[in-house]
Write a new protein. Structure first.
Length: 337
């Protein structure tokens, strides 16, 4: 079986209108050895031409074959899988990584794009340094004119590009992520050694998680990795989401449940800590606790600001079911003091 150097893993749900652009940014990469792994996470959407995910992928595959032949580059394998129902971003990425055959994983969200020479820039560093994680810089695209979205775009740009320019080894990687915050938990804009990614996933049980799933996976990736290298070269174009994760009104409990499921991230992390061979330092443990408090505080603010009045009571009850009523009360008191 052919083993590619890189598996570009693309989960798809509700982003068919942007998928062709995303795939185009991948098939145009001038890199010898990569594959494209697509997981349709139960998405039934269509683009402006009425094409579903599978059709869009087939067209991209045909275009890829033509381009590679013109450039006299090796063909690029496509691996397409469909989930019968929507399992959430975490499980879509898990399926993609398990299906992948590359030495390294490159996570690409289906509404984003790889910048030209992304794969070659990252892989060259990975080869020279034997790194388990290679992180590059990012460009941020905000399609909205709303000032709040623009502000969030600026904050995301600062986070994505405030990366450690150099090498971290062993415990420095997790410490850098949790305490020193010198590299961000976004999975995109990185190469991650597949074996390390699979080791990280072994700590995470099946869970339908939509928000903060990057934090969950990257926590364990940072724990398992032995070498991290950051480079300032921009490699990724991130599109700011202007949907449920922003200031849009939440009018049904199904969408609110997705927000509440953020609690699952920290339940899984704290449960796993008891099994670690190398326990976290007190400072690292407090950093995880601080993150959980921050996420819950954000959930409470979102409940108050975006959930419609008719659902406020049920919404708070659901929040307590996920986070624990005592914890919710503590953070509410802190916010109101």
């Amino acid at each position: 079986m052919h083993i590619s150097s890189i598996s570009v893993c693309i989960p798809v749900f509700g982003t068919e209108s942007l998928l062709a652009r995303c795939l185009s940014s991948v098939v145009s990469q001038n890199f010898d050895s990569f594959e494209i792994v697509i997981v349709n996470d139960g998405s039934g959407g269509k683009d402006e031409k009425g094409q579903n995910c599978k059709k869009i992928v087939k067209i991209a595959q045909k275009e890829c074959k033509r381009l590679r032949k013109e450039k006299k580059l090796p063909p690029v394998p496509f691996n397409y899988t469909e989930h019968r129902t929507n399992l959430g971003l975490l499980e879509a990425r898990r399926t993609a990584v398990e299906n992948a055959r590359g030495e390294y994983i490159c996570i690409l969200d289906s509404d984003d794009e790889l910048l030209p020479d992304c794969l070659s820039s990252l892989y060259e560093v990975a080869q020279k340094t034997s790194a388990d994680i290679v992180q590059g810089g990012a460009e941020i695209f905000c399609p909205s004119e709303d000032e709040r979205d623009k502000k969030r775009a600026g904050q995301t740009f600062e986070k994505a590009n405030s990366l450690f320019d150099g090498t971290l080894a062993g415990g420095e990687i997790l410490d850098g992520f949790l305490v020193k915050k010198n590299h961000i938990g976004f999975l995109w804009g990185k190469l991650i050694r597949r074996e390390v990614y699979l080791d990280a996933l072994s700590h995470i049980p099946f869970t339908n998680c939509v928000f903060a799933e990057d934090v969950l996976q990257y926590f364990f990736i940072s724990y398992e990795a032995k070498r991290y290298v950051g480079i300032k070269t921009p490699v990724y174009r991130y599109r700011i989401d202007t949907g449920i994760s922003s200031h849009k009104k939440i009018t049904d409990l199904k969408n609110w449940q997705k927000v509440c499921s953020t609690a699952n991230v920290f339940t899984i992390i704290f449960d796993a800590l008891h099994q670690f061979e190398n326990p976290l330092t007190d400072e690292q443990l407090e950093a995880v606790r601080a993150q959980s408090r921050t996420y819950l505080a954000n959930n409470i603010k979102q409940l108050r600001e975006t959930v419609i009045p008719e659902l406020q009571e049920e919404g708070r009850t659901m929040l307590c079911e996920y986070w624990g009523e005592d914890f919710v009360r503590v953070i509410e008191s802190a916010l109101d003091s």
